[in-house]
Design a protein around this ligand. Structure first.
Ligand SMILES: C[S@@+](CC[C@H](N)C(=O)[O-])C[C@H]1O[C@@H](n2cnc3c(N)ncnc32)[C@H](O)[C@@H]1O
Length: 349
């Protein structure tokens, strides 16, 4: 089977023509049946029709999964219960029901604004699956907020409510612009990083703008997808041509000239750790732990070298929120007032 490619096809038909068990990880973000304007797909089916169709594509994806495979599905409120039940019927085990809480919720007129989606994390075998816990750890409250010396420097596993991934809106730089519902790449990086290994094959039946495929390529995984729109296919191919693996470059000695892929990763870690630069500036241990987490992610993506904490610091300093380049993060402790005060003066001289 040809890997590292995207196929212009109906996923159900294509999948059922392939050999069984080729994929280690499937990520599916189907149309939610809420009337979105896609290029060729009509996103407004009768309930029964959509339900039957969902059953068919889920079954085809389960057939494509290896026995040790993992299956993630994104869905809205309307069909979350159905997906959970179909997963059970197809013999899958639910490991997490993640809520992706996004900022920039969709506007409503007479009810609360929608600001979340459901992410189902299923596995075929409840005992044998890939979960790289060390590749996705984030700061614990003990570390970030209470400065508790007993805190595990390796951090903790993220919660099952994800608020750190901002929805890709119209004006965002990340937006490809030709697809109505592009997922953030950082969200897919977390899923792929935690649920697959370097040599694994990641498959997306509803490739859309190609986010899953781009994230898989960044992490050095094999990527494969189907998409029914020929226009989107062209867009995905262009996007993937311009996507380079994080391991493409080694860390540069000069902190000013980091490869774009490493810089993007640094911003991602910063958002996921949810720690303000002022806190890192004040607390050397936190900065060391942040650098360690960042290096671990690069290593997991195949990068051999490491960055030093002073290089990380300088880069963050350059990107501080006033330049609008670092994502905004929520911190639960009051920001120190006045000029930040390094604990270890001279460290970064
Ligand atoms: C919600 S979007 C996926 C967005 C994607 N996760 C991203 O981040 O760009 C769903 C996509 O599924 C495609 N699609 C719908 N039915 C399909 C089918 N039977 N086979 C393949 N693609 C299909 C639509 O054209 C649309 O681009």
């Amino acid at each position: 089977m040809e890997l590292d490619t995207v196929i212009n096809a109906d996923c159900i038909k294509w999948l059922n023509e392939q050999p069984k068990g080729f994929a280690d990880l499937v990520f599916a973000d189907p149309p939610f049946n809420i009337g979105y304007q896609y290029d060729v797909y009509e996103d407004k089916l009768a309930y029964d029709e959509y339900y039957k169709w969902t059953n068919k594509w889920m079954k085809a994806c389960v057939r494509a999964l290896k026995d040790t495979g993992t299956f993630w599905i994104a869905i809205g409120d309307e069909y979350a219960a159905e997906i959970r039940m179909l997963g059970r019927k197809l013999g899958l085990t639910l490991r997490n029901w993640v809520i992706w809480h996004y900022t920039f919720g969709q506007n409503t007129k007479r009810k609360f604004c929608r600001s979340h989606a459901h992410l189902f994390y299923f596995v075929r075998d409840p005992k044998v699956f890939t979960f790289n816990e060390n590749a996705i750890r984030v700061f614990s409250d003990r570390q970030r907020e209470y400065r508790d010396k007993r805190a595990n420097p390796a951090g903790k596993l993220p919660n099952d409510t994800w608020s750190e991934f901002v929805r890709v809106c119209g004006t965002f730089g990340e937006r490809e612009g030709w697809h109505p519902c592009q997922m953030p790449e950082t969200l897919l990086l977390r899923i792929i990083r935690s649920c697959s290994k370097a040599v694994d094959t990641v498959f997306d039946p509803f490739s859309g703008s190609g986010t899953t495929l781009a994230a898989a390529k960044r992490l050095g995984r094999h990527w494969l997808g189907t998409e029914m729109s020929p226009n989107y296919i062209q867009g995905i191919r262009d996007r993937l041509k311009n996507t380079r693996p994080i391991a493409h470059c080694e860390p540069f000695a000069n902190g000013q000239d980091w490869p774009a892929e490493h810089l993007a990763e640094l911003k991602g870690v910063y958002a996921e750790e949810s720690v303000a630069t002022t806190l890192l500036y004040e607390n050397r241990h936190l900065l060391e732990a942040f650098t360690e987490h960042f290096n671990r992610r690069l290593a997991e993506a195949g990068v051999k070298g490491k960055y030093e904490s002073h290089q990380v610091w300088r880069q963050l300093e350059r990107l501080r929120p006033k330049c609008g380049e670092l994502p905004r993060v929520k911190t639960h402790v009051a920001e120190p007032s006045g000029k930040p005060r390094p604990l270890d003066a001279g460290l970064f001289e």
